[in-house]
Design a protein around this ligand. Structure first.
Ligand SMILES: CSC[C@H]1O[C@H](OP(=O)(O)O)[C@H](O)[C@@H]1O
Ligand code: ADE
Length: 313
């Protein structure tokens, strides 16, 4: 086994309904204490058939005990980075703001609208003597999202054939979409849901921020694989979304998400070792950190060295 195979280069974050990757071989749990506390739950290190290791973290905890506003996103991203992770595949259950995005469909968003309310710590630099402005015009790792498109589509097409034979609709993949991240935990009003559509948003969740911002600050390549569970509250003649509506699709979406993960993780690990897929994010913070390092407190440098050793150790 080569040393690159032994490293955990790919991390998976599971959202609502996706609390484990039990189609992979469980190896052990790790629970790193980071300068921002402990992650949502111990991280499961799982093995692919080749022996390649991946890390899995349940965003809301394995028993879904953490509400979206309280997810310790800094600890989650820092803990994954401390394991050597370079690419993060984050799964999320989302509401659809478009007729063509049906429950059960998969979405690879490329843009985000922030409707969180400032109650979530959103930067590793918050509360330190160090100021940094990460570039976030492209909030997801473009190279990784592009790489995922054909792979996820192939798995959905293959799996969809069985769905069609069973008389069901085959899940579709939607790309180049915009996700709005709301604070929650209550769902949107009908007026808000219509407003997000008017703003150009296509899907909605409560979790992609600050996760995506923190991944960027930690120079991790981050992509979201969103799975649709409902039509939110914009359809005039339909009932507005309820948790019960979301639960109807959650299990099937989780099954297919696990299947997608199992099919693509080996190749993603290989692409991560090779490196070209991730080169946009690595080194991206170099010119984001304001200089004047002589005025930076040593304790803050030590804290930030946990996620960015290149600049702070
Ligand atoms: C259970 S409905 C609302 C809940 O589901 C999504 O969670 P995740 O993104 O972790 O899959 C959404 O963001 C909300 O947190
Ligand atoms: N309608 C919705 N709004 C916010 N987050 C969601 N997650 C799943 N469905 C959602």
């Amino acid at each position: 086994m080569s040393s690159e195979t032994e490293k955990v280069l790919v991390g998976v974050i599971g959202g609502s309904g996706l609390y484990h990757l039990d189609n992979l071989t469980f190896v052990k749990h790790v629970n790193p204490e980071t300068p921002w506390g402990f992650p949502s739950s111990p991280i499961a290190i799982c093995s692919l058939p080749s022996g390649t290791l991946v890390a899995f973290l349940a965003r809301h905890g394995t028993g879904h005990t953490i509400n979206p506003s309280a997810v310790p996103a800094r600890a989650n991203i820092a803990a994954l980075k401390s394991l050597g992770v370079r690419a993060v595949l984050a799964f999320s259950a989302v509401g659809s703001l478009r007729e063509e995005i049906a429950p059960g469909d998969f979405i690879l968003p490329t843009q985000i609208i922030d409707r969180t309310k400032g109650v979530r710590p959103a930067s590793f630099f918050e509360g330190t003597s160090i100021v940094a402005h990460a570039a976030f015009g492209e909030p997801f790792a473009r190279g990784l999202v592009g790489w995922l498109e054909s792979r996820v589509r192939a798995v959905l097409e293959e799996d969809g054939q069985a769905a069609v034979l069973a008389g069901k609709r085959a899940p579709q993949l939607h790309t180049e979409k915009c996700i709005v991240c709301m604070e929650g935990p209550q769902f949107s009003t009908r007026a808000e849901s219509r407003m997000y559509r008017a703003w150009g948003a296509d899907v909605i969740n409560m979790s992609v921020l600050p996760e995506a911002k923190l991944a960027r600050e930690a120079e991790l390549s981050y992509a979201l694989i969103a799975t649709s569970t409902d039509y939110d509250s914009w359809r005039e003649d339909e009932a507005s979304v309820t948790a019960a509506e979301v639960f109807k699709t959650l299990q099937e979406n989780a099954r297919l998400s696990r299947h997608v993960a199992a099919r693509i993780l080996e190749e993603l690990h290989g692409a991560t070792v090779e490196g070209s897929l991730l080169k946009e994010e690595q080194g991206s913070m170099q010119y984001s950190i304001m200089p004047r390092s002589e005025q930076q407190k040593e304790e803050d440098r030590q804290k930030l060295a946990y996620i960015l050793p290149t600049y702070f150790s």
